[in-house]
Design a protein. Structure first.
Lengths: 417, 90
């Protein structure tokens, strides 16, 4: 079933009776050429690119819940490529390029909107840091425009520019940054993978990983044993539990990150804005809700919900930056389980177990990486070699200290990111 | 989530600084080797359920405490002073 304007018109006039499910609901087979554990954004895009780029179609995605029910549907939907360090910068650039062709590629409307992302700065020192970051972005081949106060005032007139504590000195505009509808991304990749023959198996929790002579042979699941000599782990916050099934420990601690949405309002915020002095970022969804978030709650948690102190902190930051949002009512808040690494950057690598591949440690930034992650991880799984745009995400960088990607410059230690 | 300080009693979470897993108390010898130090600094059990982590009652009595709590429900089960634990294991 292909989507087109004509098709939508026809279905609209005939009672929308011609639509079919976007993917099948297959029974698991006894054996696959490859298995991807975790049907979130990263798992689905990995399966999609394994099929599309590497011709591997006898594969399955195992999801313990339902498609779109995990972190891929629990984030603030921001898509950007404004990283500074080698290792991150080429990877996110690669991912953004895939985003830009994604809707045509998937024949699916993921509502990718390059509305521009603005990182505000509030001191001379912070301006210098953003100039440097902007130059790094431009050198990477992406876009960055430095705005002074007047430049920011022109496009974001509603900010509190003369705030006594955090006056706005300007902002770094990333014009190609923006948002996408997160669950549509999951659905689009699921449909795209399914159309190429991938089995997407929901309500199928992996309970054990079978290893013989140091190599994987398959998995035990709540829907029976499934054999495969190639297994990719894309389970985000649950990486610790899956690694334990393979007898490993990972440099990952799972934390809670909260996000918030207000009632639907008329269009007011046209961009993605991030406040440089309190951890706060905001955009407006097409439905009208103001979607915003802040920093981690900063303790290990699998609760998928946070505590009140961080809520209060985020609201305070929002009110400081744009006092007008005090009139809006918060509709709901939620939490995602973040797989935090010591340096705040991900791991895409082989594991010590033959045939078992790791894709984890996305910290609080996994959504924008979804297409890029699938593309480079499928390359690693299919060829056994690291993709040219993702050579830095090595597991052993923590043990050796070589190649640490500490984007925030705060140190490579668990409680610092 | 309110944490229990063995000295001050049940207090607001905001009074405490989070250090991480209580593995921090088992510092290896300086010459223990890369694998053991990697274990100590980076690798984690990361349990979904009961865990033990190290906090400091920063805005209170400044004591370092080991808290046993549930990472799924945020239930706080028990707190002991880190100095007591160190004494017991020494």
């Amino acid at each position: 079933m292909r989507f087109s304007g004509l098709r939508i018109l026809k279905e609209g006039l005939t009672g929308n009776k011609g639509w079919s499910p976007h993917w099948r609901d297959p029974e698991p087979k006894a054996e696959y050429d490859a298995i991807v554990i975790g049907g979130g954004g990263h798992g689905l895009s990995t399966a999609y690119y394994l099929a599309k780029n590497h011709g591997m179609t006898n594969i399955a995605v195992l999801e313990k819940g339902y498609i779109g029910g995990g972190n891929v549907g629990r984030n603030t939907t921001i898509v950007r490529a404004n990283y500074f360090l080698n290792g991150n910068s080429e990877f996110y650039s690669h991912s953004l390029k895939l985003w830009e062709g994604l809707e045509e590629d998937l024949n699916y409307n993921v509502m990718h909107s390059q509305r521009g992302l603005i990182n505000l700065f509030h001191s001379d020192g912070q301006r210098d840091a953003f100039v440097r970051r902007g130059n790094a972005m431009v050198n990477q081949g992406d876009d960055a425009v430095l705005l002074d106060t007047a430049g920011v005032r022109k496009i974001l007139p509603y900010l509190d520019f003369d705030n006594t504590r955090f006056p706005i000195y300007g902002g770094l505009l990333h014009p190609r940054g923006g948002t996408a509808r997160h669950d549509a991304v999951a659905w689009g990749f699921a449909r795209g993978a399914d159309m190429r023959g991938v089995d997407i198996i929901q309500n199928c929790e992996v309970t054990g990983i079978d290893i013989e002579n140091g190599a994987v042979t398959g998995v035990q699941t709540t829907r029976g044993a499934i054999k495969s000599k190639k297994i990719g782990l894309t389970v985000a916050g649950r990486s610790g539990q899956l690694a334990a099934m393979a007898g490993m420990r990972l440099p990952i601690e799972s934390h809670v990150l909260q996000a918030f949405v207000t009632e639907g309002l008329k269009p007011v915020i046209d961009h993605v804005i991030s406040f440089g002095m309190g951890h706060f970022y905001i955009s407006q969804s097409d439905k009208g809700g103001l979607v915003f978030g802040g920093d981690l709650d900063f303790y290990a948690s699998y609760a998928s919900r946070g505590n009140l102190p961080m809520k209060e902190h985020v609201m305070e930051a929002g009110m400081t930056l744009m006092p007008m949002i005090g009139e809006a009512k918060v509709l709901r808040s939620w939490g995602g389980i973040m797989d935090m690494t010591p340096d705040g950057s991900p791991i895409i690598d082989k594991s010590p177990v033959e045939g078992l591949y790791l894709n984890c440690g996305w910290c609080y930034g996994g959504f924008k990486a979804v297409p890029g992650s699938g593309s480079v991880f499928s390359h690693l799984m299919a060829t056994g070699r690291h993709h040219s745009e993702a050579t830095g995400f090595r597991l052993d960088r923590f043990r050796t200290g070589v190649g640490i990607i500490d984007e925030e410059g705060t140190g490579s230690q668990h409680n610092l990111h | 989530m309110r944490l229990i300080c063995p000295v001050c009693g049940e207090r607001d979470r905001r009074e405490f600084y989070y250090m991480g897993d209580a593995v921090a108390l088992q510092r290896p010898e300086p010459d223990a080797g890369a694998a053991e130090w990697d274990d100590y600094v980076h690798l984690r059990e990361n349990p979904a359920g009961v865990t033990r982590d190290l906090w400091q009652h920063e805005a209170g009595c400044a004591a370092w405490i080991v808290v046993r709590r549930n990472t799924v429900t945020h239930e706080v089960l028990e707190s002991v002073l880190a100095t007591d634990l160190k004494g017991a294991s020494a």
